[in-house]
Structure formats: structure tokens, C-alpha cells
Design a binder for this molecule. Structure first.
Ligand code: FES
Length: 92
């Protein structure tokens, strides 16, 4: 049986969040940062970063991100803060 990731970032690339490509840029920047700092965790399936078409928080007008399994939602999140959250999740 495949275990779910300890932490998964769901980046919105829907019409509002990806207006001018900002949602895609967020996904790309976060994926790269995770790969640099936590490549082994990604390879092991402990960490994931995926794209979704809408997280139903469009009114913010900036790229949105949801963290699973916590369900926390961030507007235009800071990459370093997201990396800190990964460390907390791995520390457990
Ligand atoms: S388009 Fe991003 S939350 Fe809806």
C-alpha cells in the first residue's frame, strides 16, 4: 500500500491565480527549492508539490497554496516559510 506524503503542497494554477503566470511561477520556484533542500524526501514520497486548477480562494487575487494534510491555505506564500514547514513535518 502506498503511503500518502507527510506534507503535500497544492499550488493553484487556475485562471485567477495563474493570471500572468504567477501560479505557475510559484509552483516552479517551490518545486525547485524543495528538490534542492529535500530531494531525498521527494524521492521517498514524503514530500510532494502538485498543481490544481482552483482551490476556491480566488478572491485573494494572488497565487494560492494549500498544504495537506493540515488544510492550511496561504496567499502568495514565502518559499522559505514553506521549507520551514517541511522541516517541521519531517521532525514530526
Ligand atoms: S483560481 Fe486559484 S483559488 Fe481559484
Amino acid at each position: 500500500m502506498i503511503e500518502p506524503p507527510l506534507i503535500r503542497f497544492v499550488v493553484c494554477v487556475g485562471d485567477v491565480c495563474d493570471r500572468e503566470g504567477s501560479g505557475s511561477v510559484l509552483h516552479e520556484r517551490l518545486s525547485e527549492a524543495l528538490d534542492v533542500d529535500f530531494g531525498k524526501g521527494i524521492a521517498a514520497g514524503e514530500i510532494a508539490c502538485v498543481r490544481r486548477s482552483c482551490l476556491r480562494h480566488c478572491s485573494q487575487g494572488v497565487p494560492m497554496l494549500r498544504i495537506e494534510p493540515s488544510g492550511e491555505v496561504y496567499a502568495d506564500p514565502d518559499i522559505d516559510l514553506m521549507l520551514d514547514l517541511v522541516e517541521e513535518a519531517l521532525a514530526g
